[in-house]
Design a protein around this ligand. Structure first.
Ligand code: AR6
Length: 175
């Protein structure tokens, strides 16, 4: 029997590049050519094969996602998504961020992914307010899992204490 969708959502404070899951998500940019933050960390840990494959993809519009192999990472797959840059909240940022999560889940489903780890997309360099972004991440995940029986774990990997605190509160429903 499949665990209820809330039991399948976890939050940890860790580095996403070390996660032993079927797929990790990369908070990339529309070029898919690497960058700073979690994108830089993933490319460094995966090795040059990742960038070589990314070069063949022709970029990724904001809100969409693309999948590559994981190369030297413990994860089999990397799902790259381009989150929205925060421009004050009146430029469709909420919907674009929600679309990132939906696009990632759609690709995960097509590749028989059972365990998937997400970073806090758009909340670093792109400046999306953390609590607002976390609510969107958890809402979209809960919606997806309500109709899905294949995914066993959606792990939110938080890079700092503050991010972890916010995710933990929202995932457990105490905020
Ligand atoms: N593991 C998990 N989370 C991490 C890691 C890590 N190793 N490193 C950073 N984070 P950001 P964005 C967290 O800036 O806001 C890049 O240049 C970080 O603390 O990586 O979507 C891309 O190429 C924050 O909580 O991504 C784009 O140009 C979260 O990951 C741009 O940054 C997201 O922060 C994307 O900006």
């Amino acid at each position: 029997m499949t665990a209820s969708h809330t039991e399948r959502i976890t939050a940890v404070q860790d580095d996403i590049t070390t996660q032993r899951v079927d797929a990790i998500v990369n908070a990339a940019n529309t070029s898919l050519m690497g960058g700073g933050g979690v994108d830089g960390a993933i490319h460094r840990a995966a090795g040059p094969g990742l960038l070589a494959e990314c070069r063949t993809l022709g970029g990724c519009p904001t809100g969409e996602a693309r999948i590559t192999k994981g190369y030297d990472l413990p994860a089999t797959w990397v799902i790259h998504t381009a989150g929205p840059i925060w421009h004050g909240g009146t430029h469709g940022e909420n919907e674009l961020l929600a679309r990132c999560y939906r696009s990632c889940f759609a690709l995960a489903a097509r590749h028989a992914v059972r365990t998937i780890a997400f970073p806090a997309i758009s909340t670093g360099i792109y400046g999306f307010p953390l609590e607002r972004a976390t609510r969107i991440a958890v809402t979209e995940t809960t919606r997806f899992l309500a109709d899905d029986t294949e995914i066993e774990e959606v792990r939110f990997v938080c890079f700092g204490m503050e991010t972890y605190r916010v995710y933990q509160a929202i995932v457990t429903g105490s905020a």
